[in-house]
Design a protein around this ligand. Structure first.
Ligand SMILES: Nc1nc2c(c(=O)[nH]1)N=C([C@H](O)[C@H](O)COP(=O)(O)OP(=O)(O)OP(=O)(O)O)CN2
Ligand SMILES: [Zn+2]
Length: 137
């Protein structure tokens, strides 16, 4: 029996989350304080994807697929001075701008008819994060 046959239709929403980490430095241009000087963070990124439909084995999208793309993007920033690399050589490498960059890159690769990137949360420190989405919360 397939998952679709076992599970009655519902309007339930599945939210899948994966995490990745990277270490990089940044300097906030025009910041009125010490964060305008180069300093580093151990960043953490969380990708959230939502789906209402599961496949025959009860999966919305394989966690491995979400992790692979999230890790690939995180790796591209790892051990970099963010101000040196595109697009953060033009836009300030704030947590907000990084979260939106991850969201758009992930969406371009992972979105499909039934599964979409819903939000990206980027932790700059253990105590401060930004959650970015382009859909109503
Ligand atoms: N909205 C934002 N505010 C700040 C950002 C940001 O990206 N978006 N970034 C910074 C700096 O990058 C800074 O490194 C972070 O500072 P803070 O969170 O204050 O971290 P501290 O470890 O210095 O924490 P304290 O509690 O102030 O000791 C600043 N703001
Ligand atoms: Zn910082």
């Amino acid at each position: 029996m397939t998952n679709a046959e076992q599970t009655p239709p519902s309007c339930g929403l599945y939210t899948l989350k994966v995490h990745a980490q990277f270490c990089s430095a940044h300097a906030l241009r025009d910041y009125p304080g010490d964060c305008r000087r180069i300093h580093g963070h151990n960043w953490k990124v969380e990708t959230e994807m939502t789906a209402q439909v599961l496949d025959d084995i009860g999966i919305a999208i394989d966690f491995k697929a979400i992790k692979a793309v999230t890790r690939q993007l995180a790796d591209s920033l790892d051990h970099q001075l963010l101000n040196d690399i595109e697009p953060f050589d033009r836009i300030n490498p704030t947590a907000e701008n990084l979260a939106a960059w991850f969201y758009r890159q992930l969406s371009a690769t992972l979105n499909s008819t039934h599964v979409k990137v819903a939000a990206v949360t980027l932790w700059e420190t253990d105590n401060a994060c930004v959650r970015y989405s382009e859909v109503a919360a």
